[in-house]
Design a protein around this ligand. Structure first.
Ligand code: ADP
Ligand code: NI
Length: 194
């Protein structure tokens, strides 16, 4: 892997996500990158550089944050690093396949795409997933209870949509932790009424 390009990508997203506090911050992308590399260890045939760059770029053109067309932020950066047009297209295709809401029920074709999608989903689960849901809720003016609705709408469904065996193991642990949290929340909420 070309570490200089990876370092440049980290710097690029650091700058781009400055000031974002809704769970879509730079640390989310860095965790997705780490998750993806970890999953990729079980797939020696996969292209780790493509996985790494797609992970780091996966939110740089998110329509909720940026008003770009055709993955412009990702393309601009990748071009500046002399990545081939073919690889840029491949990375953008993977990025566009990551979103849960946009790709409900469809798994990416390539193993690289499936790994990055899993890596992003893992970061919506567990303790981190809980923290991100409330961070997002606060940012968009939702009550705690309405952010909780997001758990049944989306987060509790994710573990059944994981592509790789390695990620599924991690997802199961994180899912169980979220369920425990919800039970505890309910218990405390009921105790308060009494
Ligand atoms: P994706 O684009 O991969 O579907 P999102 O951009 O929708 O993911 O979500 C980013 C983060 O914000 C996730 O951690 C998700 O759980 C959280 N989030 C998204 N929508 C809501 C919501 N309505 N309430 C609370 N959290 C949310
Ligand atoms: Ni993401």
């Amino acid at each position: 892997m070309d570490n200089l390009i990876i370092e440049a990508a980290k710097q690029y997203i650091q700058e781009l996500f400055k000031g974002n506090s809704d769970g879509h911050d730079v640390n989310h992308s860095l965790r997705v990158y780490q998750n993806a590399l970890k999953i990729a260890e079980s797939y020696p045939e996969c292209n780790v550089m493509i996985i790494a760059l797609a992970s780091l770029m996966h939110d740089v053109d998110d329509h909720k944050l940026f008003d770009t067309d055709n993955n412009m932020n990702a393309r601009r950066f990748l071009k500046s690093q002399n990545i081939s047009d073919e690889d840029i297209d491949l990375i953008c295709e993977i990025v566009n396949g990551v979103s849960f809401s946009r790709n409900r029920g469809t798994a990416p074709e390539s193993i690289e795409g499936r790994i990055v999608q899993d890596a992003d989903r893992l970061d919506a689960l567990g303790a981190i997933g809980i923290a991100r849901a409330f961070a997002y809720g606060g940012r968009t003016g939702q009550s705690v209870e309405s952010a909780l609705q997001h758990f049944s709408d989306k987060l509790l469904l994710l573990k059944d949509e994981i592509n790789t065996e390695e990620a599924r193991e991690m997802a199961d642990i994180r899912h169980a932790y979220m369920e425990e949290f919800l039970v505890e929340f309910q218990k405390e909420a009921e105790a308060q009424v009494l």
